[in-house]
Design a protein around this ligand. Structure first.
Ligand SMILES: Nc1ncnc2c1ncn2[C@@H]1O[C@H](COP(=O)(O)OP(=O)(O)OP(=O)(O)O)[C@@H](O)[C@H]1O
Length: 330
């Protein structure tokens, strides 16, 4: 799809309120940036500013000198955009518009965008601690592994983010790209979802009803992906090889191996077995092959929320065990 010089941005221009700067205007709550503003903020998209690279493009850290605001700039090329927005120009507009209006404590704010040659760049609020993927699979040497309580807090917050999207009406939103690299962490390991807007995810158009057919993005396909996030959170294993991870977990659960064998060794046994079992059970429900058997997000959110509200204290557990053993021995 050739979106450059297309009606989309003309429409945007008409719809937005102009500021003194001809191109720097907003439509709804989204700002259209000039390319040179993003170049300046990212130091010409310097390699040192690169935060990471995904399937659809690169993400850079940027800082606007005038406001000192720190942002993440995701650069997506036109080929990817036309693969993603396989509907119409109108749906791109629809998507950006809806995305910019979404504000929730577990969703990263889209601040603005920029169209430049065959690229579109999305400007997001910067999340200080990076992504959950970094913590689970690429732990920097100066960072501590996530403890059980933090993992439950992240699972609960992430589920709340998905619930918000699924509960929206006219239209509800399917994320379509749920994975640890899209769960970003700000201060206090507070999780916020990024990237649900058409990279793989899309907002169903108003006349499109949800199908449970394979390969289609549906609420239940989001639940399936969330099942992997849960499994990754408790096991620390990477779900890039999805079927391998399921097979591995099944062996632990079904083939008589101890289910505690799924626990991330970095947890060092600091969790309650019953709670681990609850999360594993929920993950298994989410990963049901038949999508109609998977729970809805309203149910999914309850388990980690309850677990996040009860703080695991390894010292208290040790004391309890000692007391129990004392009674046992007499
Ligand atoms: N808003 C943000 N704040 C801080 N870091 C971010 C932000 N957005 C992305 N990142 C970092 O950039 C990395 C790459 O993100 P990016 O979205 O480009 O790729 P991805 O999520 O791995 O794949 P995909 O393109 O499929 O979404 C993330 O893992 C994260 O560490």
């Amino acid at each position: 799809m050739a979106y450059k010089n297309s009606g989309l941005f003309r429409f945007w221009r008409l719809g937005g309120s102009s500021s003194s700067d001809a191109e720097d205007y907003t439509a709804g709550s989204v700002t259209k940036f000039k390319y040179r503003q993003l170049e300046a903020a990212t130091n010409n998209f310097a390699i040192e500013s690169l935060l990471g690279e995904g399937e659809h493009g690169r993400t850079y850290k940027g800082r606007f000198k005038s406001t000192r605001q720190v942002v993440a700039v995701k650069q997506v090329n036109g080929k990817n955009i036309s693969d993603i927005y396989r509907y119409s120009e109108q749906s791109i507009l629809w998507t950006i518009h809806w995305r910019s209006l979404l504000h929730h404590p577990n969703i990263v704010d889209l601040i603005g965008y920029c169209s430049h040659e065959d690229q579109i760049l999305f400007v997001y609020d910067f999340m200080l601690l990076g992504s959950l993927k970094d913590y689970l699979h690429d732990l920097p040497a100066d960072k501590k592994p996530l403890d059980w309580n933090t993992r439950m807090k992240i699972a609960a917050g992430a589920a709340e983010g998905v619930k918000h999207l699924h509960d929206l009406s006219s239209p509800s939103i399917i994320h379509g790209n749920i994975k640890p690299s899209n769960i970003l962490l700000c201060e206090g390991y507070h999780p916020r979802f990024s990237d649900f807007f058409g990279f793989k995810e899309y907002i169903p158009e108003p006349d499109e009803s949800e199908s449970v057919g394979d390969g289609k993005l549906t609420k239940k396909s989001d639940i399936y992906s969330f099942g992997f996030v849960l499994l990754e959170l408790i096991s620390g294993r990477n779900a890039e090889m999805k079927l391998d991870l399921i097979e591995w977990a099944k062996r632990k659960l079904v083939d008589g191996e101890e289910f505690t064998g799924v626990a991330d060794p970095l947890l060092k046994g600091h969790y309650q077995e019953q709670r681990l079992y609850q999360v594993l059970y929920l993950a298994a429900d989410c990963l049901e092959t038949c999508n109609v058997s998977r729970p809805c997000i309203g149910h999914v959110v309850n388990v980690p929320s309850n677990l996040a509200s009860e703080i695991y204290d390894p010292d208290a557990i040790q004391i309890n065990l000692k007391v129990k053993n004392r009674f046992r021995t007499g």
